[in-house]
Write a protein that binds this ligand. Structure first.
Ligand SMILES: *Cc1c(COP(=O)(O)O)cnc(C)c1O
Length: 410
């Protein structure tokens, strides 16, 4: 009996992707094995973090790196690092930022649910720009001069959420922030693949970049990392590591934390609640190395085959059209779009409710329900899933398995 059976928990078919609410993805055997191996011994956690940091630095081209319990934890630690620098007195006072730089500038159109992590450091977000959805003019978002004007004496950082549509371009934001002596913290949690993005934001001059380990990298679900400037990584580490030791006995690896720069050690910091275990650190390192070394075409080929199988299985359901979404360069993970016409035997919402309630539960992507579209992601599917998903959809919408060959429109 599996542990899930014993606990009475259903395993699902994950046709959305590595979402936190769906428990992330499925670990590769190499990663899972490394985590088990890590669990068999104890180590000095700072020494392990320093070693992981060297791997992260090499892979991202940054000065330093640090493993976090997710990208969101990286944002909390990164924001805190930008506020306190290496001052242990300030670290001890967070999230009370009285008398400190307590503002973080952010483009309004980049606001999202995850920026709560930044606010958790005790800062206020100063929004700039007006992404006008009312008039539909659509040509202006935030502009560089608006960011420049929002930076003042209390600005701890500019926070930038990377995406293909983020405006202004990161290079311009970095230039403005640098001229004002303010660091740029980047949320790149959702920007992999392509693997090139592991280096892109650091190369563009971002001071700290947060990545998720549990998404495309294929690391443990509760992992992520920061890559960036050595002093900021040290400030993040100081607010995350367990610091319950006599000062004289404390010998942190000097490439992670240069003890000689500190008047003393801070107390457990604002990041202590998001601790990272040795198993996650090791799992993240192994997954990151695998992800960076993999052939992108091969990786995409597997997802494409799954998407094509889905399209073939779903073809010909009355009142629907099915399409492979693999056309855009940023859509490196192919998806399948099932569009329900008015004559279909049900709505997209009803279909998703049925899929989630059935056995096994099938979770698709609800992002386009308003358009009567159910999106099926491929990155967490197993080879055996497409026929199972299609059978469940046919149970609801009717129609027999078509005889379409596995070559399809894209
Ligand atoms: C997923 C995501 C996060 C959070 O990542 P975790 O690793 O789950 O903490 C933050 N920001 C964005 C834009 C994301 O897509």
């Amino acid at each position: 009996m599996s542990i899930y059976e014993e606990l009475g928990v259903r395993t699902i078919i994950n046709a959305k992707g590595p979402s936190t609410r769906l428990s992330g993805g499925v670990l590769d055997d190499d990663v899972a094995r490394a985590m088990v191996e890590a669990s068999r011994h104890c180590v000095d956690i700072a020494e392990l973090q320093a070693a992981a940091g060297r791997v992260i630095a090499e892979i991202t081209g940054s000065e330093a790196g640090y493993v976090t319990s997710g990208a969101a934890a990286g944002l909390l630690l990164g924001a805190a690092a930008c506020v306190t620098g290496l001052d242990p007195g300030k670290m001890n006072r967070l999230p009370d930022t009285t008398g400190m730089k307590d503002e973080i500038v952010m483009v309004r159109s980049q606001r999202n649910f995850y920026d709560h992590a930044v606010r958790g450091a005790g800062v206020r977000i100063m929004e700039v720009g007006l992404p006008d959805r009312f008039a539909g003019a659509g040509v202006r978002d935030a502009e560089g001069w608006e960011i420049d004007q929002a930076i003042g004496e209390r600005t701890a950082a500019v926070f930038y959420v990377a995406s293909a549509s983020a405006r202004p371009p990161l290079a311009e934001v970095v230039k403005i922030a640098r001229a004002r002596g303010v660091p740029v913290l980047v949320d790149a949690a959702g920007q992999l693949p392509p693997a090139d993005n592991l280096r892109r934001f650091v190369a563009l001059g971002a001071d700290l970049v947060a990545f998720s380990g549990g998404k495309a990298i294929g690391g443990p679900q509760a992992s992520g990392f920061l890559a960036g400037r050595r002093d900021l990584i040290a400030a993040a580490a100081l607010q995350h590591l367990d610091l319950d030791f006599p000062w004289e006995l404390w010998c942190p690896p000097s490439d992670l934390i240069d003890k000689s720069l500190l008047p003393g050690a801070p107390h457990h910091g604002i990041g202590r609640p998001c601790k990272v275990g040795k198993e996650e650190i090791v799992g993240l390192v192994v997954a990151l190395r695998r992800f960076a070394a993999a052939d992108p075409e091969e990786r995409r080929g597997r997802w494409l085959a799954l998407a094509r199988a889905l399209v073939a299985e779903l073809d010909g359901i009355p009142g629907t059209s099915v399409r492979l979404l693999a056309d855009r360069p940023w859509r490196e993970i192919p998806q399948v779009e099932l569009a329900l016409e008015p004559e279909a035997r049900g709505t997209a919402l009803a279909l998703m409710q049925e899929l989630e309630a059935g056995s096994p539960p099938v979770f698709a992507d609800p992002a386009r329900l308003d358009e009567q579209v159910v999106v099926l992601g491929t990155s967490c599917l197993r080879e055996s899933d497409p026929p199972l998903i299609a059978a469940r959809i046919r149970d609801f919408l009717g129609g027999r398995r078509g005889s379409l060959p596995v070559s399809v429109r894209s």
